[in-house]
Design a protein around this ligand. Structure first.
Ligand code: MTE
Length: 320
């Protein structure tokens, strides 16, 4: 861990009250920086990366729920309340600042300890692997959550293609480093850019782990990680690295962006765990965006039946 990042402020206080959040949105709207969701969808430039969902496609998701019966968050919530430090530390500023982001052309290098290293064009990844609908809860370490209908494919499908060697034990992901696209990446004294994340290989092979290329039946909006991002719903949201350009199979546990900033607050595993308090945020309960009040946070974000066996014998308190 690099000492220079120890003093950097950590994840922004989400604890922006909802009223303040909407006042900021009203201000940005008045300034012409953002528009309402429906108008935004209708006016989005074609081939661009701003939220450009066809309203009819979004409407087709009306009434859908996740497997616990929770309703979906709206397209507007999912595309206007974002953590994406390459654009801004303010959640409502990410959508307007990302509207000119170019997710094409794009390729993803899959390399390291594999028998078949390869660089894939994003179009080929979408063609090679059937895109599946996955409705997942996203639980941020900042104690808020959403329910998001993703489209994507199992990370395991891609890993099987490149064939990890027997020495490969972890997977390391890296976000695009490009200060013309991500101006904040010019400030390398405050943050250890590019954003980087990691999983243990068996976690990466779990069927719940997907690479998402869309949401609400539409191409992934820039603010949510276009053109391809990781979704691991049993872990805190910061593990879901956006705008991935490199996936490397490695022998040793890789560093992660937030660990490099503050290892005491952000662990490698970062499994959602209501029993392990975070120094600054409640972890036993969460606020679902769009709801008043708090709801209890579930162990592994409610996905324990599919992932708890990965951690048998591990001290989950330590592993946070
Ligand atoms: N990926 C990159 N490259 N940069 C980021 O700042 N933020 C993370 C994660 N992936 C982040 C990122 C955090 S803290 C969260 S909670 C989720 O993205 C938020 O995803 P969303 O904006 O689509 O809800």
């Amino acid at each position: 861990m690099s000492d220079i990042y120890k003093s950097v402020p950590v994840l922004p206080s989400e604890i922006t009250p909802k009223s303040l959040y909407f006042n900021r949105r009203d201000f940005l709207k008045a300034a012409g920086l953002i528009t309402g969701g429906a108008v935004l969808a209708a006016c989005a430039p074609t081939g661009g990366s701003a939220a450009s969902a066809d309203p009819a496609t979004v409407a087709a998701y009306a009434g859908k729920k996740d497997e616990l019966g929770d309703p979906l968050n709206s397209y507007d919530d999912i595309t206007n309340y974002n953590n994406y430090y390459e654009f801004s530390t303010a959640k409502d500023a990410v959508a307007p600042l990302s509207k000119n982001f170019k997710p094409h052309p794009w390729s993803v290098e899959v390399s390291g300890l594999v028998s078949n290293p390869k660089t894939y064009a994003i179009e080929d990844l979408v063609k090679m692997f059937p895109q599946e609908d996955r409705i997942y809860r996203l639980r941020c370490v900042e104690a808020w959550s959403m329910v998001i209908p993703w489209q994507g494919f199992p990370l395991a499908s891609l890993l099987k293609e490149v064939q990890p060697t027997s020495d490969a034990k972890y997977v390391h992901f890296t976000t695009l480093m490009d200060t013309t696209q991500f101006p904040a990446e010019a400030d390398t004294s405050s943050y250890p850019w590019p954003y980087h994340e990691g999983l243990r290989l068996d976690e990466a092979m779990n069927d719940l782990a997907i690479l998402a290329t869309g949401l609400y039946g539409s191409p992934l909006p820039a603010q949510d990680g276009a053109p391809i991002r990781l979704v691991v719903p049993w872990k805190y949201g910061f593990k879901g690295i956006k705008a991935i350009v490199k996936i490397e199979l490695v022998a040793d546990q890789p560093n992660t962006f937030w660990q490099d900033i503050n290892a005491h607050e952000y662990g490698f595993y970062a499994n959602v765990n209501p029993n392990v308090p975070h120094p600054r945020w409640l972890q036993s309960a969460e606020r679902r965006i769009g709801e008043l009040g708090m709801r209890p946070t579930l162990m592994f974000n409610g996905y324990g039946d599919k992932v708890a066996s990965l951690y048998q014998g591990m001290d989950l308190k330590q592993s946070y």
